[in-house]
Design a protein around this ligand. Structure first.
Ligand SMILES: CC(C)(COP(=O)(O)OP(=O)(O)OC[C@H]1O[C@@H](n2cnc3c(N)ncnc32)[C@H](O)[C@@H]1OP(=O)(O)O)[C@@H](O)C(=O)NCCC(=O)NCCS
Length: 184
């Protein structure tokens, strides 16, 4: 498989407790329970946008074919979407950024680590991607710890750089498909 194979058919990834899968309009009610919560965006420098306050808007237009992934994170038990993740900013099919957010109600249960490590493994085993990277505000302990547990290496500190919609000190984390993915 290659990235181009996922232009139209986005993957579904199973973990022990989660299903990482494409979302549809039938997920809007579940998304409405947590996407408008400002606490999810503490380190993004912006509150929830229009689509986050009204998640049904996310499904108004048919998703354009893209090599990037924006997938829901659902609990296997209920199939309810409690978070989402992206693999985006794909550069020459070789490197891409990863980002993730979870409902406050399920944070701290290991879902972040479980889904990001599964997504990272999926990218390295099923696509040409050789490098994934992510940004983490230096104050975002949960994100930093999650990235390190997923095997990402802290590669640098950006001082007062732009991250999402804010200016802050943030770390760049990266992982190569040749790195060990064992949690630290
Ligand atoms: C960042 C985020 C995805 C992490 O997911 P999570 O499921 O809550 O994290 P995990 O349960 O997998 O925990 C990972 C590690 O962080 C620690 N951690 C979790 N929440 C924490 C908190 N609020 N403060 C300090 N440490 C925390 C955990 O204890 C664990 O480390 P440990 O195993 O050494 O104890 C989640 O907190 C989130 O959605 N935050 C809001 C959005 C965001 O900031 N996204 C990241 C930027 S893209």
């Amino acid at each position: 498989m290659a990235l181009k194979d996922y232009l139209y058919h986005k993957p579904t990834i199973l973990t022990e407790r989660l299903v990482i899968r494409p979302m549809s309009a039938s997920d809007a009610d579940a998304l409405r329970e947590w996407m408008p919560d400002p606490s999810v965006y503490t380190y993004w420098g912006k509150g929830p946008g229009r689509a986050e306050k009204h998640p049904e808007l996310l499904f108004e237009k048919e998703a354009a074919p893209a090599k990037s992934f924006h997938l829901g994170i659902a609990e296997k038990r209920t199939d309810k979407v409690v978070g989402d993740l992206w693999v985006y900013r794909i550069d020459h099919d070789r490197m891409a950024a990863a980002a993730i957010r979870l409902s406050k109600a399920v944070q701290g249960r290991g879902y972040g680590t479980e889904s990001l490590s599964a997504m990272t493994r999926f990218c390295f085993e099923n696509t040409e991607l050789k490098r994934l990277w992510a940004e983490a505000d230096v104050r975002n302990t949960a994100s930093i710890r999650m990235l390190e547990k997923c095997g990402y290496t802290r590669e640098g500190l950006i001082r007062q750089g732009r991250m999402v919609n804010t200016w802050c000190d943030y770390y760049i984390y990266g992982i190569l498909n040749s790195d060990s993915m064992n949690p630290r």
